[in-house]
Write a protein that binds this ligand. Structure first.
Ligand SMILES: Nc1ncnc2c1ncn2[C@@H]1O[C@H](COP(=O)(O)OP(=O)(O)O)[C@@H](O)[C@H]1O
Ligand SMILES: N[C@@H](CCC(=O)OP(=O)(O)O)C(=O)O
Length: 413
């Protein structure tokens, strides 16, 4: 039994430009009137339409989809629910899950299988981030699931909700959307507690709320509302708001594209940019890049990434993913900015002053055209006020609800 989504009054979705949409098994399979099992598009089609509408609004969506185990069950008739069996079923069903989303999508879908471990390991984290960014740039729809055959803990916990929160951070999303089979968060288990009340707004995820959401999952889902709230708490810390809504209600899904949420909104604890900016501002730097005046102007005025052509000299030893300072070429010690570097110090030494298209020929591989991507960059100005060009870009970004960083580089006071 699904509690009515109409319990939740309309509220505005926070402005967003890039979102992670998590779709649970409860929306894809196991319906009472379903014959033959397998994945059923009755609700997924509406969610796929939402993704298309978002794309038409110049927004980007990364999909985190459960459903591999459910799809596997329809291929081999195996009873039971043991962990190893579910891992095998996930392997049997994953290809069908991707084919299912491909049938509903007008753009190419890309399978990305991750574990929490991949996101904890710094090299794999950076590689996953670069691949996902590239997929979005290419206009593809990344469809992420846990790599269940190796992710024992994750499968045990049914943790695609938490994976979605981690992915939201990974891809610098502005919003986490969690579609499930219930209208949103209730003060008690909606099917067991007749007095359970809808909770439309959550300013902070408290132990009391987690307790209220601990009543267990539906028939197919594994995490229940608790893992959704845990995910929302993680996203909030990273500066990302979470919307929980009923993906079974066509009107609720249709309203989302117009910026209206009927469901639960968990607020971000701080602005995403501020959280990131503060971190970059204070993280210890491992080295320094001396950049030429053209590069400094491009960073300040156009919000550009730092390309190898603008790097004049490399100081110190650093690894890919370390924080480096950016200083003007020459003797001055003024720090122009700080950012996460895409290549290690030896590699930057080889590609400095050269065109991005030469990177692979020079070092044998490439992690992308930039040495410091603009999403990973904060500028430090003598003058805290943004340049006129930056102010104009920020205003434009505000007008479409985008993060300023996606349009221009952040200047630190
Ligand atoms: N406080 C609560 N508010 C809303 N739903 C709850 C609550 N406590 C438990 N639930 C259960 O969580 C279910 C959604 O989680 P789950 O079955 O894991 O879905 P999914 O497959 O979408 O991840 C709901 O259908 C409901 O039965
Ligand atoms: N990775 C598993 C899903 C695990 C999971 O979190 O499920 P759900 O609670 O339905 O989001 C699968 O694809 O079946």
């Amino acid at each position: 039994m699904t509690a009515p989504a109409k319990d939740f009054a309309a509220q505005p979705l926070p402005p967003w430009r890039r979102a992670v949409l998590k779709v649970g098994s409860s929306l894809l399979a196991g319906f009472a009137d379903q014959s033959g099992g397998g994945l059923d598009p009755r609700y997924a089609a509406g969610l796929a339409r939402f993704i298309e509408q978002a794309r038409a609004q110049q927004r980007e969506v990364v999909l985190v989809s459960s459903g591999a185990v459910a799809a596997g069950r329809s291929r081999i008739d195996a009873g039971g629910n043991g962990l190893v069996l579910r891992q095998a079923l996930a392997a049997l069903g994953q290809a069908s899950l991707i084919a299912f989303w491909q049938q509903l999508s007008s753009v190419p879908v890309a399978q990305v299988l991750l574990t929490h471990d991949d996101l904890r390991n710094r090299r794999r984290y950076l590689n996953a981030r670069a691949s996902l960014r590239e997929l979005l740039r290419l206009g593809a729809l990344p469809v992420i699931n846990e790599n269940d055959t190796v992710a024992v803990d994750e499968l045990k916990l049914g943790d695609n909700d938490n994976l979605a929160a981690a992915v939201a951070s990974l891809v610098d999303a502005d919003l986490l959307l969690i579609a499930t089979d219930i209208g949103g968060l209730y003060s008690g288990h909606p099917q067991r507690d007749p007095g359970a009340k809808p909770i439309a707004k959550v300013a902070a995820v408290t132990p009391e709320l987690l307790q209220a959401a601990s009543g267990g999952a539906g028939a197919l889902g594994t995490g229940g509302m608790r893992t959704k709230l845990e995910a929302a708490a993680k996203a909030a810390t990273a500066g990302v708001a979470t919307a929980l809504f009923c993906g079974r209600d066509a009107e609720v899904v249709a309203a989302l594209a117009g910026g209206t949420l009927h469901g639960t909104l968990v607020a971000a604890r701080s602005d995403r940019l501020r959280a990131r900016k503060q971190w970059l501002r204070h993280a210890p730097a491992s080295g320094c890049l001396r950049i030429d005046a053209g590069a400094a102007a491009a960073l300040h005025q156009r919000g550009a990434s730092l390309l190898p052509g603008g790097v004049v000299a490399v100081e110190g030893e650093f690894r890919r993913g370390d924080v480096v300072e950016l200083r003007a070429a020459g003797e001055g010690d003024e720090v122009l900015g700080r950012g996460l570097v895409q290549y290690n110090s030896v590699e930057v030494g080889r590609i400095k002053g050269r065109h991005s298209r030469e990177i692979e020929a020079l070092i044998g591989f490439g992690y992308g055209e930039s040495v410091v991507h603009r999403d990973d960059l904060v500028l430090v100005g003598n003058d805290a006020a943004p340049s006129p060009a930056q102010a104009a870009a920020d205003t434009a970004a505000d007008a479409i609800g985008a993060s300023p960083q996606s349009q221009s580089n952040e200047v630190l006071p």
